[in-house]
Design a binder for this molecule. Structure first.
Ligand code: PAF
Length: 283
């Protein structure tokens, strides 16, 4: 497994693979890797001959400076984990390489509508930062496919839309959410939780399951279900940002004719912001 920091070295290596007719898969990350990330790498490898993983904490997607500074950087540990799965190359550029002229005047990529809803409404500039860095990384790596976790379902759909709208020849693949035994979705942010909060954080998944059950039973308005779920979140000590029942394909608000749904929520527990979602398919 090679580690490269410069886009030129990365391109040379990827080009040498391409010349041999090998397919290249890509998993972009911000590091601090857990089992969920490693499963994305394995998934990428099952679809490609070589896999590149980028580790870059992207300042452009943080709306909160304290959050950016606190974000855990664990590169040596990440490298060890990646060498235990089938990663072929780690790309770890620094901020100056990615934004040589600073971030203020950086050209940006905006994905309208989907980028403005849900997390986009609560984290100003977040998805613009994500779409911009992912576009830059796609240009540097030039992969055939890229895997994004379903835990960030809105991000996955946003990147899929971006590749379609910009005619990028990259297959976007969703990787399943990995959960702790309690049901809590794995996330680098979970380590900010105290042990008591960590136990209570699993409540998000339980509430998602309850909403799914209620949807299956039918008869209640979707708006009411979401209001109820928010109340339960509050009772359990969360500060909810949103609970929404959306169409799975484009994350627009669902109505009773829609069959393929996604239930999504975001809530803070103490200082930690948690997001999660599950699919709900009605027959
Ligand atoms: O999901 C993440 O870790 C980040 O948003 C990504 C896709 C690596 C872009 O910085």
């Amino acid at each position: 497994m090679d580690t490269v920091t410069s886009p030129l070295d990365l391109r040379k290596k990827v080009l040498s693979w391409r010349r041999r007719g090998l397919k290249v898969g890509f998993v972009p990350t911000m590091g601090n890797l857990h089992t969920g990330h490693l499963s994305l790498v394995k998934h990428a490898k099952s679809k490609a001959d070589r896999v590149v993983v980028s580790v870059f904490v992207n300042p452009l997607q943080f709306d909160d400076k304290t959050d950016l500074l606190a974000y855990p950087r664990t590169l040596e540990d990440d490298k060890q984990k990646l060498s235990s799965v089938s990663c072929d190359m780690i790309f770890t550029p620094n901020v100056e390489t990615i934004y040589p002229n600073g971030m203020r005047d950086q050209a940006r990529v905006i994905v309208p509508v989907i980028g403005e809803r849900l997390c986009g409404r609560h984290r100003s500039g977040h998805f613009e930062g994500v779409a911009t860095i992912v576009s830059k990384l796609f240009n540097m790596v030039a992969p055939d496919s890229a895997v994004f976790g379903e835990k960030d379902y809105q991000q996955l759909l946003l990147i899929r839309k971006l590749t379609q709208d910009l005619n990028l020849p990259i297959e976007i693949i969703g990787g399943e959410t990995y959960r702790e035994q309690s049901g809590l979705a794995m996330s680098s942010r979970n380590q900010y939780l105290s042990s008591d909060e960590r136990m209570r954080a699993a409540g998000i998944y339980q509430i998602l399951q309850t909403v799914k059950l209620q949807l299956r039973q039918g008869g209640q308005s979707y708006t009411e279900l979401c209001i109820e779920a928010k109340l339960v979140l509050k009772e359990r000590g969360f500060s909810p940002e949103y609970v929404e029942i959306c169409r799975e394909t484009d994350l627009m608000p669902a109505n009773h004719q829609d069959k393929a749904l996604r239930i999504l929520m975001a809530a803070k527990l103490g200082e930690t912001r948690l997001i999660d979602n599950i699919a709900c398919h009605l027959d």
